[in-house]
Design a protein around this ligand. Structure first.
Ligand code: 6IA
Length: 145
């Protein structure tokens, strides 16, 4: 299974510890195409030595190869919102994870969309079990058009 993980880069890296736990858990279920999003060396300045055009083209290719999309949405990010919209349009399973303790409100464009499965958590140590439940849910199997 090709898994597309989304997390904020330019939007801020505060939730990096959560991204690392999520990506480590997701690796048990398939190939995480975007594992660099959880790389501690990747700062809000973005990937070194890559043009924006190269990053965009590569990420879009991966989005079209992905069998499912998992996004950590606590830190608002234009890029993550864009990626979620592509996943929804492609009709692949889209799961978003939201950390309740950060005093943020999740955009209604995400929380109100019936095609997006929202999972809230209160502690980072809940994440491995949350990912297990998301990935092992019986009706998770992707229906790719
Ligand atoms: O808007 P954001 O940068 O927060 O968007 C983050 C999301 O878009 C992630 O889920 C990535 O898959 C993707 N993405 C956006 N920018 C990059 C990037 N460099 N490198 C890798 N993935 C990216 C940005 C360089 C720029 C800040 C000069």
């Amino acid at each position: 299974m090709n898994i597309y993980f989304c997390g904020s880069i330019s939007g801020g890296r505060k939730l990096l510890p959560a991204y690392r736990l999520i990506v480590n858990s997701l690796k048990q279920y398939g190939t995480v195409l975007t594992h660099h999003v959880a790389d501690p060396d990747l700062t809000a300045g973005g990937e070194k030595n890559q043009s924006n055009q190269t990053i965009f083209k590569r990420d879009l290719e991966w989005l079209y190869q992905a069998d499912c999309l998992i996004a950590e949405v606590t830190t608002p990010s234009l890029g993550v919102g864009y990626e979620i919209a592509v996943g929804v349009v492609r009709k692949i399973p889209v799961h978003v994870l939201f950390y309740r303790n950060d005093n943020r409100r999740l955009s209604a464009l995400v929380s109100g969309n019936p095609d997006i499965m929202l999972h809230e958590y209160h502690h980072f140590d809940e994440l491995p079990a949350l990912i297990k439940s998301v990935m092992e849910t019986r009706n998770f199997a992707p229906e790719i058009p």
